[in-house]
Design a protein around this ligand. Sequence first.
Ligand code: UDP
Length: 319
Amino acid sequence: MQVLITGGAGFIGSHLAEAYLARGDEVWILDDLSTGGIRNVEHLRDRPKFHYLVETVMNVPVLAESIDRVDAVIHLAAAVGVRLIVESPVNTIETNIKGTENVLMLASKKKKKVFIASTSEVYGKSARLPFKEDDDLVLGPTTKGRWSYACSKALDEFLAVAYWKERKLPVVIARLFNTVGPRQTGRYGMVIPTFVRQALSGSPITVFGDGTQSRSFTYVSDVVSAILGLVDSDQAVGQVFNIGNGKEITILDLANLVKGVTGSSSQIVTIPYDQAYEEGFEDMPRRVPDISKIRKAIGYEPTLGIRAILEKVVEYERK
Ligand code: UDP
C-alpha cells in the first residue's frame, strides 16, 4: 500500500510511518514542521520506501499531487497542544478547518481512503462518563480560546461524515485520547513529557489547578495499531471511534507516580489555571473513553498501563 501521512514528522505521525514501513508499505509524509521536526523521522530518511516533503496542507497543488500518488491518506496535520491553542487561536481554527477541508476535497476527487484524526477534546465538559462516540458534545463559550480546538475538530468530523454520506468518500474518524510516548514534546502543554523533564532535572513539578482533574493515557504504539486496524477495516468506514485507554489517573497522582518512577526529589507545586494558561481558563475535570466500539470493530485493546508508559518515557528522556 502507498500511504500519505499529513503531519508525518510529528510525534504520532513518525511512529505511524515506522509501523507502515515495517509492514512493507510505501510512506509519503507531508509536514510543515510547525510542531513536528525532521529529527522525528531522521532515522527513516535512508529507507527506499520513505519520502518526505516539507510543506503545509494549505498548499492545494502540492497536496493534490501527494494525494494522487497514494491509496490512503492519514490526516494528522493540525494545530495541537493546549498551550499553542490558547496562544494562537486564529492559526488553530484556520489550520484545523481549512487543512481538513483540503484533504477531503482532494481525496474525494480520486476516491482515496481518508483517516481523520480527531480528539477527545470534542466531548468538552460533558460529565457523562465514560465518553461514548454517540454522546452529546458539551463545549464552553466562544470567548474561551480553548474550545475553538474542540469546535474546529468537531467541524472536521461533520465534514468527513458528510463526504461519506453525500459523496461516498471512504472516511474513518478517530477521537484520540491523551497519547504519550517517546518524541512527544512538552513545549505545547502536554503533561507527561513536562512532568518527566521536570522530575529528571530536579525542577518543581507543576500541577495546574488542584490536581484532582483526571486523564487516561494511551501509549503511542497502542494508538498506532488502532489506526492501522481502522484504516484496514471496511466496516469502519463512515464511523467515529474512540482510541484510548479506559483507566484514569488524577494529575496529582500522576505527579507522584512520575516522582516515584524517576526517583526524583522534585517538589510538587500547584499553579492556578489563570496563571498557567489565561484568565478564566476552563479545564475538563475528567476524560475517560468507552472503548467498546473499537474493541468490537477491530479487536483493539491497549497493552500498556500508566506505570509502564512512564517507564518508557523516562528511559527515552534519560537518553
Ligand atoms: N497539566 C499540569 N501541568 C502541566 C501541564 C498540564 O497539571 O505542566 C494538566 C492540565 O491542566 C490538564 C492535564 O494536565 O488537566 C493534561 O494536560 P495536557 O495539556 O497534557 O492535555 P489535555 O488533556 O489538557 O489536552
